[in-house]
Design a protein around this ligand. Sequence first.
Ligand SMILES: [Zn+2]
Length: 397
Amino acid sequence: MTSADPIENLATLIRCPSVTPAEGGALTALAAMLEPLGFTVERMVASEPGMPDIENLYARIGTEGPHLMFAGHTDVVPVGDAAAWTHNPFGAEISGGEMFGRGAVDMKGGIACFVAAVARHIEKNGPPKGSVSFLITGDEEGPAVNGTVKLLQWAAERGERWDACLVGEPTNPDQLGDMIKIGRRGSVSGTLTVRGVQGHAAYPHLADNAVRGVIALTDALMHPPFDAGTENFQPSNLEVTTIDVGNRATNVVPAEASASFNIRFNDAWTAETVMAEIVRRLDAAARDEKLRPGRAPVRYDIQWAERPSHVFLTRNNQLIASLSGAVEAVTGRAPKLSTTGGTSDARFIKDYCPVVEFGLVGQTMHMVDERVAVADLETLTVIYETFIARWFGDARS
Ligand SMILES: [Zn+2]
C-alpha cells in the first residue's frame, strides 16, 4: 500500500502546485490516498462574494465514536524568488537527505505522515475502533474565510461530532519532539486616527499638532505591561506597527496622524476585555497634559480590524497525554507544552472539540528552499501511529 509511505505521499502532494487559492490537484491526490484505505471522501467548495471559490476536503472512516479528527491544509504560500531555489519548488527532489519543495513542512509533510500513520494502523489492526477523519482546507495561507471555519460548520450541520483534534502544523522549533502546542494567544489589531488642527510651526498655539496626540496615545498602549503572564502563557504584548503622518513640510503642523497596533494576549483576557482596556488607556492618555499642556483632550477614533482571534487553552489531559507520551516514546524527549507563536486554524476548531498541534520542524516554512529531513517524515509517521493507538486505547478504556 503506497500511502503507508510518507515520502511517496509527500512527493505526490508537493508536485501539486496548490498555491492559495488554487487546489492544484492536491485534494484530488489526497482523496486518491484515502479512498483505498476505506475513507468516504467529500469535497466541499466554499464561496464568498468577491473572493475566489475554495475547495476543501472532508474524509471519514468509521461510523462510531470515539472520533479523532486530523486537521490541516494543502494550500501553500507562493514560491517567492523562484530563481533563488536550489531545487524545483514543486519537484519534491531529494538531496542530502532532505526533500525540497513548497509545503514540505507547512504542511503537506504533516498530512503525508498522518495518512501514512493511518494506513499502517489499518494494515496492522484493521479499521480504527471508532472513527478517524481528515478536515483539510485549501484556504489557510490566504484570507481563511472559505476554509476551516466553513468546513467545520458544513460538517457539523451534517451531524459530524468530534472527540479530539490534532492539527499537523509544524510546531517544533529545532528538532522533532521539541514542542506540542496546547493553546494559542489571542490577537486583536486596530488603527487610531488622531485629528488636530493644521497650522504654522512657528504659531503652534493656533494649531493642534496631531503628532503630539498620537505619541501620547501610542505611549499609553506600550506601557505599563498588560500583565506578567499566566500559568500557561507568556505576558501579553502590544506592538505599535506603524505611525503615519505623511507631512513633508517642516514648517507645517499636521492636522492628522494615525497609528496601527496589534496585541497578542493571554488567557488573563478575552478579546472584549482587552479591547476595553485599550480604550480605557487611550481615553486616559487623551486627557493627559504632559505633551499638550492646557489643551482639550486629544480627538481620536479607533477602527478595529475584523474578526479578533480568541485565546484558547486545551485542558483535555487524555489528548495531551496520549500525544506527548507518543512523542516521548518515539523520540526519547518530553515535548514542551506551549502556547507561543502566532494563531492557527486551531482557534476555530477549539469551538468543536479539544485540539492540540504537532507536526514537523518549522525552520524553513514560507522560505526559499523549504525542505524537510526525510528521516523526520518516518519519525513523525511513527509518532502519529503511536498517538493513534494510544488515543483510541485510552478513549475506549
Ligand atoms: Zn500551515
